[in-house]
Design a protein around this ligand. Structure first.
Ligand code: SAM
Length: 200
């Protein structure tokens, strides 16, 4: 089953453990501490939209997309409540053309990491590179294999760093990688890699 169909089904069943009410602190810290200037920004696999709405509130001009109509409906509802100008669209990042680019910044939280197959992760990195301006930045939050082992399907995927570097390095200069945890309301959020990259 294609990754997107797995997620579409999860939203239909109301199962979305990745959803979070506050913006992920890893994103917040990066935006506050790095020179990610206010720019046109794209978040693929945005889910229910918390991080995209936060970015828009900081002044970024944000397009956020997801393959799930339910996720995008929930995100639009939140945007309306918060009077946000964040733009949400249903779109398949792995197949559809992304309108509105090129972007200065791409953010993904737990989307790149959903792909087990090396060829999919490579295609994902290529697609991110394609929608970015030259020197554009990609911040990706990726489940880490340095967490305690979990059964497949329980919690976020767990990638060794080589799974990230192997597919991203051809397209991106890696500016920083930090071992952290996802920002979430969970009692013990899963470990992750916070990876900031610049388009080559
Ligand atoms: C683990 S969730 C993370 C959602 C959100 N970034 C968050 O942190 O709450 C992965 C998201 O990727 C979306 N997704 C999966 N395949 C997709 C595709 N081909 N195109 C766009 N979105 C996709 C899913 O619907 C899901 O919302």
């Amino acid at each position: 089953m294609e990754v997107k169909h797995k997620f579409i089904k999860k939203y239909e069943e109301g199962i979305m453990p990745w959803a979070h009410k506050k913006p992920d602190f890893n994103l917040v810290q990066m935006v506050h501490s790095r020179p990610i200037g206010i720019c046109k920004t794209f978040e693929p696999g945005c889910g229910t939209g918390t991080d995209a709405i936060w970015l828009a509130a900081q002044g970024f001009s944000v397009l956020a997309t997801d393959a799930s109509e339910i996720a995008i409906d929930l995100a639009r509802e939140q945007a309306k409540k918060q009077n946000s100008n964040c733009r949400f669209e249903v779109s398949d990042f792995m197949h559809d053309k992304i309108e509105g680019g090129p972007f200065g910044f791409v953010f993904d939280r737990g989307f790149f990491h959903t792909f087990d197959k090396l060829s999919d992760r490579k295609e994902f990195a290529r697609r991110v590179s394609n929608v970015l301006l030259s020197d554009g930045l990609w911040l990706s939050l990726i489940g880490s294999a340095d967490d305690f082992p979990r059964k497949k399907g329980e919690g976020p995927p767990q990638h060794p760093l080589r799974n990230v570097v192997k597919v991203t390095e051809p397209y991106f200069e890696i500016l920083s990688i930090k071992a952290s945890r996802f920002g979430s309301e969970a009692a013990e959020p899963a470990k992750n890699w916070v990876c900031l990259m610049k388009k080559r």
